[in-house]
Design a protein around this ligand. Structure first.
Ligand code: 6PG
Length: 244
């Protein structure tokens, strides 16, 4: 399958992905003076973030010229165990010299999530970007075992959003955190590079359905990740790819 790379172990996947992130950062900054990165939430990317924050890697990206965004956030406070922002802070952001003003986290704790979504879109639109209006150089995404990505969940209205870049979404009863903020296909698919990272046997059935089954975005939203002009790479470990 084109755009799909299978790694023997999660560690090999993380090492290769980190090297590619470094390359894209350098290319973006050389070309446009800035690197804009959207982080995935959940647990899969934690190992990648920890590697990028390690002594051997932390200086390989020019974090001073990097803007860090998020693909989604749960409607929880930043110190919640379930906050994607907290996971990113602890595994990456607290260990690199990215300027605080360059970290754009979603206000999941907002009383008015729709206003928070509109505010986040305004932040994205204010990012330094060339006239082609591509705000994100690299988007990191995961995939849930139901085929969701970011917080684009099966059967939810967010899947049909064609204008707004960020929306509040209600994913009940699919997930424990029913209210969320998520980037939408218009801004995700405008990215220059998109990596979808999937590991573990728990994902193998869904990975087979997504990669080899019929296209059905309503049921498997990750299939809707189709960059307009950019690069899509799906990165799986052998466990997640066991049925391919
Ligand atoms: C979230 C994530 C979500 C995640 C998948 C996979 O907020 O939950 O953004 O899209 O990438 O649910 O999660 P795991 O990596 O924990 O399997």
């Amino acid at each position: 399958m084109k755009n799909t790379i299978i790694f023997q172990t999660p560690d090999e996947l993380v090492q290769a992905t980190a090297a590619r992130v470094v390359e894209i950062a350098a290319q973006s900054i050389a070309a446009r003076g800035v690197f804009s990165l959207a982080l995935a939430g959940g647990s899969t990317p934690r190992a990648l973030y920890k590697l990028l924050a390690s002594d051997a890697w932390r200086t390989r990206i020019d974090w001073q010229n990097t803007h860090v965004c998020f693909g989604d956030e749960r409607a929880v406070v930043p110190d919640s165990d379930d906050s994607n922002y907290r996971m990113a802070r602890e595994s990456l952001l607290n260990h690199i010299d990215v300027p605080p003003q360059n970290i754009h986290h979603m206000i999941g704790e907002a009383a008015d999530l729709d206003a928070a979504a509109r505010d986040y879109e305004a932040q994205l639109r204010a990012l330094p970007m060339p006239l082609d209006l591509v705000p994100l150089d690299l988007v990191l995404l995961g995939m849930g075992d139901d085929g969701h990505t970011a917080s684009l969940f099966p059967g939810t209205p967010a899947l049909r959003e064609t204008q707004r870049w960020c929306v509040a979404t209600d994913v009940a009863p699919l997930e424990p955190h029913v209210r969320r903020l998520t980037l939408t296909y218009p801004v995700l698919n405008a990215a220059r590079h998109i990596f979808v990272i999937v590991t573990g046997k728990g994902k193998m059935q869904r990975a087979q359905a997504v990669l080899q089954g019929p296209r059905d975005i309503e049921k498997m939203p990750v299939q809707g990740i189709e960059p307009i002009d950019g690069e899509l790479v799906r990165m799986l470990d052998a466990d997640a790819a066991a049925l391919l």
